[in-house]
Design a protein around this ligand. Structure first.
Ligand code: HEC
Length: 111
């Protein structure tokens, strides 16, 4: 039945669109952080930061210090043991004023 199939398709689209949405419980900084994350990080990290991405590891729950070191300098804080031995991530220092938002988002979605 064409009509029923169309309805099923729409339902699937709706649930796909819901994927990655963390719901209204995110704080305002975390919502901004999610936008920044989706626009700048998901080429390599997963849409869901608790999961492994195409290139980058899961990063939900990362400390602010770690996020800043990675995003500003593509480095790690002193003494930190990286999840990956690769050196594929580039620094994105134009996001300097987004670190707090990214930290809020990655903290609030952490399990
Ligand atoms: C070009 C692909 C790419 C982009 C874009 C990228 N990353 Fe990464 N990221 C990686 C890879 C790959 C690693 C693993 C280390 C490496 O190879 O540099 C990593 C590692 C990290 C780590 C450390 C994980 C750990 O605990 O060892 C954090 C935190 C991180 N990325 C945050 C971000 C954030 C935040 C953004 C967006 C602002 C971002 N990355 C954008 C590829 C990327």
């Amino acid at each position: 039945m064409k009509v029923r199939n169309a309805a099923a398709g729409l339902g699937m689209m709706a649930s796909l669109a819901g994927c990655g949405e963390q719901g209204p419980q995110l704080s305002e900084p975390a919502q901004r952080g999610r936008s920044t994350y989706v626009a700048n990080c998901t080429a390599c990290h997963a849409m869901d930061p608790t999961r492994t991405g195409s290139l980058g590891p899961d990063i939900a729950g990362s400390s602010r210090e770690l996020i800043e070191a990675r995003v500003m300098r593509a480095q790690y804080p002193p003494g930190y043991t990286p999840k990956r031995a690769s050196v594929a991530m580039v620094a994105l220092p134009h996001l300097a004023d987004r670190i707090d938002d990214l930290y809020a988002y990655l903290s609030e979605v952490a399990p």
